[in-house]
Design a binder for this molecule. Structure first.
Ligand code: NAP
Ligand code: ZN
Ligand code: ZN
Length: 346
């Protein structure tokens, strides 16, 4: 086994602290890499606090992982020691179901294996990127360009692909009016991708102080959702809403901002269920849809697109000892726009 240093929550809502554990030996198809940076996703906070009711403890969170390859198994051809590499939200899937065969491992019909808070196909719990190294099957390791700063690439592994994938799936392009609902880690990547794909982008936000920044990120318009006048001006306006909100909110209100045939795409995963009256969808033939991260081929496509178009996340690099404070700040919307842990501070 490989002795590994990590940072873990021992129970729901407990502060995180140092915790040592073992990773498996490098198998013939495995890649071992030293973790340089790991992004802090709101999903880490939901799961550390067991807000989705599916948490396994001790939990080493982290699924926005960038590092440098240290060792590869005898059969690995695509990576070598010294390469920059990434791991996102997935470390395994069945590989045989129709979704896996299509590169949609996130929708594996036999259950995907998450990078943490999951039980692997070997029966062992998985531990994430708040740690100094990780061993992952090569099929779930991504190539990371050395043209981009690695700390700003880390959030692409979840926040990036989670916004890129639905924008691609629904064919967002020039001529579309797209709203990005919530300007946090996911939202700011949604703005960058949607504007890069040519859409007219509006940020729908509860935080008036983010307006100037939103425009720098590529947004054309900014609407403060607590202001009824501003909301009225965008009623029936959007082709798509990409909803990244992490907390309870009124879906019905946002559905009224869609045009006929408009689509409200949920990627934010609030802990509580919502009530929606069917009339909100019926009147205007609207769709309420969802999307989960992205598969491995599309994640590589997104990373390559970012390298080509010089797209990265706006990050605030933190020490690992400040992770609990970072969670509190994230809850207040006080992050521009992603915390990333410098793993040298572990
Ligand atoms: P984040 O950085 O905390 O951003 C969430 C944003 O939502 C906030 O910045 C805030 O933006 C807005 N917001 C927060 N509370 C709100 C409320 N009560 N009403 C309206 N807006 C509110 O979180 P994140 O890391 O981007 O993650 C967002 C959500 O996506 C989380 O639920 C996370 O678990 C989920 N997620 C899903 C997937 C997937 O595959 N579907 C992948 C990753 C994450 P403003 O200040 O602009 O209002
Ligand atoms: Zn995430
Ligand atoms: Zn499968």
């Amino acid at each position: 086994m490989i002795a590994t240093k990590g940072y873990a929550a021992q129970s729901a809502g407990a502060p995180l602290g140092s915790w040592n554990f073992d990773r498996r030996e490098v198998g013939e198809h495995d890649v071992l890499f030293d973790i340089l940076y790991c992004g802090v996703c709101h999903s880490d906070l939901h799961q550390v606090r067991n807000e989705w009711g599916n948490s396994i403890f001790p939990m080493v969170p982290g699924h926005e992982i960038v590092g440098r390859v240290k060792q590869v198994g005898s059969a690995v051809k695509r990576f070598k020691a010294g390469d920059l590499a990434g791991v996102g939200c997935l470390v395994d899937s069945c590989r045989t179901c129709e979704n896996c065969k299509e590169g949609l491992e996130q929708y594996c019909l036999n259950g995907n294996t998450g990078t943490y808070n999951s039980i692997g196909r070997d029966g062992a719990p998985t531990y994430g990127g708040y740690s100094n190294q990780i061993v992952t099957h090569e099929d779930f390791v991504l190539h990371v360009s050395d043209k981009l700063p690695p700390e700003a690439v880390a959030p692409l592994l979840c926040a990036g692909i989670t916004t890129y994938s639905p924008l691609r799936h629904w064919g967002i392009r020039e001529g579309h009016k797209v709203a990005i609902l919530g300007l946090g880690g996911l939202g700011h990547m949604g703005v960058k991708f949607a504007s890069s794909f040519g859409a007219e982008v509006t940020v729908l936000s509860t935080s008036p102080s983010k307006e100037e920044n939103a425009r720098q990120l590529g947004a054309h318009k900014f609407t403060v959702t607590s202001d009824p006048e501003q909301l009225k001006a965008v009623t029936g306006y959007f082709d798509f809403i990409l909803d990244t909100v992490s907390a309870e909110h009124d879906y019905s209100m946002y559905l009224s901002l869609l045009k006929t045939n408009g689509v409200h795409i949920c990627v934010g995963a609030p802990p509580t269920p919502a009530q929606i009256h069917a009339f909100k969808l019926i009147g205007g033939r609207k769709s309420l849809a969802g999307s989960l991260i992205g598969g491995i081929p599309e994640t590589q496509e997104m990373l390559d697109y970012c390298a080509e178009h010089n797209i990265v996340s706006d990050v605030e690099v933190i020490d690992i000892k400040d992770i609990d404070t970072a969670y509190e700040r994230m809850l207040k919307g006080d992050v521009r726009y992603r915390f990333v842990i410098d793993m040298a501070t572990l």
